[in-house]
Ligand binder design. Structure first.
Ligand code: PLP
Length: 430
């Protein structure tokens, strides 16, 4: 048993696991097993009929995953979580839990490239249309909505532009029409809780800050339990109509004894059961190790990022520094509203010397890693024009906010003097 903690620093250490019932182990054990012995036939029948929730088979649930799910759900102020094999599977599940062929959803254009591909191409091949809209205008979500629109989707702190998404503004529009907002909060755990601002579901790539040590790919969904799926019955057939693949269960009805978990229960017992994008107990364990120090690390990440920005701003080889704390007008207001007094730990800058200077800068780094990742405890850098965005045309690059001399930094938790010293010597070469 564990108490109902709400402070993030305590939640990540204590929610969902006190000690192992049999051995007393304090660290969350790795339950490396495929299957779980039933007490008797009645117990087995109850579990399959969802009269009782419990472990059956690790593709569907597992006690190590369960602790991770409970902790992230509590951190977000949600009712339940679902750990998955990657952030990509989490974004896929988030949308496909509500959409069937012929349906559509509306997404911000400011997305991680992998999510963009999934939404624009793979989902389209599945018969689900993604309508991309400009996130600087919340009303664009309303305009793109019709009777077949099942959800809205956006990232809290999307790079490279680092314009914070208008969470409450779009969530409010959605709630007026009856459309839930799903937020990818990968770049802003702890510093932003999208459910507090009206989002219905939070999605994570735990690969980044939550895992924090760059060891394990993972994804996670949190159900806010705050969206009335039944009030908009026709819009959500997957939750309100009999499900042929589970003896005609109507999920909003079936969960009544269990709480407002229709969305996440269906994602588990239908999508995870059928698609099988389960994370492993070992990766869940690794992610828990990261999660246990997440609030502490986020403070260091964000404080270091501010100091890096102070150093970069005004450097004679730099045209422009991109950071929410340097913005003004509406983007700055959103950063101040949603990031809880911080500006995150992603920093962009444009080198005056363009592509050549960008390459030289990256090739000169000695401590910062040159990798296509963010959110590691180590500081990371990439030159998008020659890597992640190299397949885009010059026009497309500009639309996404990538210029020839743009460098993306993910600031880690090393000593600030060492981070700045490495940037300084690499800039001298650029
Ligand atoms: N969402 C964001 C914001 C990301 O940065 C990433 C990965 O870079 C993903 C989703 C996909 O996550 P994963 O790589 O864990 O599949």
């Amino acid at each position: 048993m564990s108490a109902n903690y709400t402070n993030p620093e305590t939640v990540v250490l204590h929610t969902g696991h006190r000690s192992d019932d049999v051995t007393g182990a304090v660290a969350v054990p790795i339950y490396q097993t495929t299957s779980f012995q039933f007490n008797d036939t009645q117990h087995a029948e109850n579990l399959f009929a969802l009269k009782e929730l419990g472990n059956i088979y690790t593709r569907i649930m597992n006690p190590t995953q369960d602790t991770l799910e409970q902790r992230v759900a509590a951190l977000e102020g949600g009712v339940a979580g679902l750990a998955l094999s990657s952030g990509q599977s989490a974004s896929m599940f988030a949308v496909m839990n509500l959409c069937r062929a012929g349906d559509n959803f509306v997404s911000s254009t400011d997305l991680y490239g992998g999510t963009w591909n999934l939404f624009a191409n793979t989902m389209k091949d599945f018969g689900v249309e993604c309508r991309f809209v400009d996130p600087s205008d919340p009303e664009s979500f309303r305009k793109a909505t019709d009777d077949k629109t099942r959800c809205y989707y956006a990232e809290t702190l999307p790079n490279p532009k680092l314009n914070v998404f208008p969470i409450k503004e779009v969530a409010d529009i959605g709630r007026e029409i009856g459309v839930p907002l799903i937020m990818d909060n990968t770049a802003a755990p702890v510093i932003c809780r999208p459910l507090d601002h009206g989002a219905a579901v939070v999605m994570y790539s735990t690969t980044k800050y939550i895992g924090g040590h760059g060891t394990s790919i993972g994804g996670l969904l949190v159900d806010g339990g705050n969206f009335d799926w039944e009030a908009h019955g026709d819009r959500f057939p997957t939750l309100n109509q009999p499900d042929a693949s589970y003896h005609g269960a109507v999920w909003t009805e079936a969960v009544k004894p269990l709480g407002p978990i229709a969305y996440i229960l269906r994602a588990r017992v239908i999508l995870l059961r059928d698609v099988g994008a389960a994370t492993t107990p070992f990766n869940a364990f690794q992610t828990i190790q990261g999660l246990e120090t997440l609030p502490l690390r986020m403070r260091e990440h964000c404080a270091n990022a501010e100091k890096v920005v102070d150093y970069l701003n005004g450097h004679d080889k730099i045209e422009n520094v991109i950071f929410p704390g340097l913005q003004d007008g509406e983007p700055r207001r959103r950063a101040d509203t949603y990031l809880n007094g911080t500006y995150g730990a992603l920093v962009g800058f444009e080198l005056k010397g363009g592509k050549e200077a960008g390459r030289k800068f990256i090739d000169s780094l000695q401590m910062l890693y040159h990798v296509a990742n963010i959110g590691d405890a180590r500081s990371l850098a990439i030159h998008p024009a020659s890597t992640t965005h190299s397949q885009l045309s010059a026009d497309e690059q500009e639309q996404t906010g990538v210029t020839d001399g743009y460098i993306r930094l993910s600031i880690g938790i090393e000593h600030i003097d060492d981070i700045i010293a490495d940037l300084d010597q690499a800039l001298a070469q650029a």
